[in-house]
Design a protein. Structure first.
Lengths: 243, 243
């Protein structure tokens, strides 16, 4: 067995821990299940020309006035921001609405993490909606991988870790894993085998917060595997479909 | 059901995340299973007059020359530090050796975290060796609780989280828990029901590192529940047995 010949796979549980990990020449998977990376997968699979992730609301509004036919969207604390037109629900972006339109997106956690990663080989967006597509991409590329959980204002969250665990469980055999976060994520994934992803996540901080806004349907959607089997990849600041 | 009347319980997975938690007037449980808090429980239960946790090796050496009959001990990267007499193994501190002697201890992670916590109501040390004693103490005190994992150089580790999970599982019913780290720790604990604590931890970074130094016996000891049923509590900078 030649462990050393396998690429490395690690899991970063919060942006506040990102400095502990090597990202240079690493494929970084940004994970923000509720709901940025789920929305990105849905919008791109439904035909958005690209998704432009931006950090600030002001930037989002300004770019919306410049980019033809664009859709501005964003949330802060789980609610649509004043001045933006749309929210962070994957259900808001059916083909009939988003096809051939750029989506300019700002969110609380996901887009922030995306802008923190410097020097990565590639940056892609992962969610249950494109779980297998992401796994297949990582196997095919064969580079070192960092699964980066967007978390909630730097706080550990269950849903991003559960997704990381699903990836570790499915393709960990092809990687050299010496990272307790990855092992813990895998253990967490095991607990979902009986009740499913949503079963585990119903008792989580983010589920409770979003449910209090009436967003249960969103979360059911976001935890359904492989509805949008594409890989969003960052190229020149824009997320596009990896071909 | 009056959730609001229960005290809060949270889990901090790494010192690098400590700033996200309120510690003022909170009972903080420092957790460094491999091996600072295990050694502290063993030494105190075996009769050490107190344990003085210090941050630096230089301070440890100097205090050792000042404090009568004291034992200086410390590790860096799992090995005894040059200039100190003893290491960080609970097995080094039987009654025949440590009774009525002060133990001056510096470690890689545990003592560091202990000095980071300011304004806590109380600071105690938790390990599997005093699991039930810690749980009973927390139930009796009835204040808000933060379980603080020492981690490994700020990196998440499995053993400290597993202990936090054991506490959540045993006494979580008496607390208001809205913290995904606590939920995840509890899920991790559930995976130990079949194979035991050591079973889960054999595939962890720290177990592998310490096993490569031949310290399997230490880890078997550190994962045995309730061998030292006392509560080490910090008073005036010293850890003593809570009476």
């Amino acid at each position: 067995m030649h462990l050393y010949s396998k690429p490395r796979l690690e899991v970063c549980l919060s942006p506040a821990l990102l400095h502990l990990f090597e990202v240079k020449d690493v494929v970084v998977v940004i994970i923000d299940i509720f709901r940025a990376t789920s929305t990105i997968a849905a919008a791109l699979d439904n035909g958005a020309s690209y998704v432009l992730p931006v950090s600030s609301v002001a930037e989002c509004i300004e770019l919306g006035t410049i980019i033809d036919n664009s859709v501005t969207a964003g949330e802060r604390d789980g609610k649509i921001v004043e001045g933006l037109k749309h929210g962070n629900s994957p259900l808001e972006y059916p083909t009939s609405f988003i096809q051939n339109r750029p989506l300019i997106l700002t969110t609380t956690n996901g887009t922030k993490l995306l802008h923190m990663v410097d020097g990565a080989a590639e940056i892609i967006a992962g969610s249950f909606l494109n779980l297998d597509a992401v796994c297949n991409y990582l196997l095919k590329i064969g580079k070192n991988v960092l699964l980066g959980c967007a978390a909630w204002k730097d706080r550990y969250n269950l849903e991003d870790t559960l997704f990381a665990g699903a990836v570790v469980n499915k393709i960990g055999h092809a990687f050299n894993i010496n990272c307790d976060s990855a092992r813990a994520a895998d253990h967490l994934y095991e607990t979902s085998v009986r009740g499913g992803f949503l079963g585990v996540l119903k008792d989580s901080s983010h589920y409770r917060r979003l449910a209090s806004f009436g967003l249960e349907k969103d979360m059911e959607y976001c935890t359904t595997p492989n509805l949008h089997p594409i890989v969003p990849i960052l190229k020149n600041g824009k997320l596009i479909v990896y071909e």
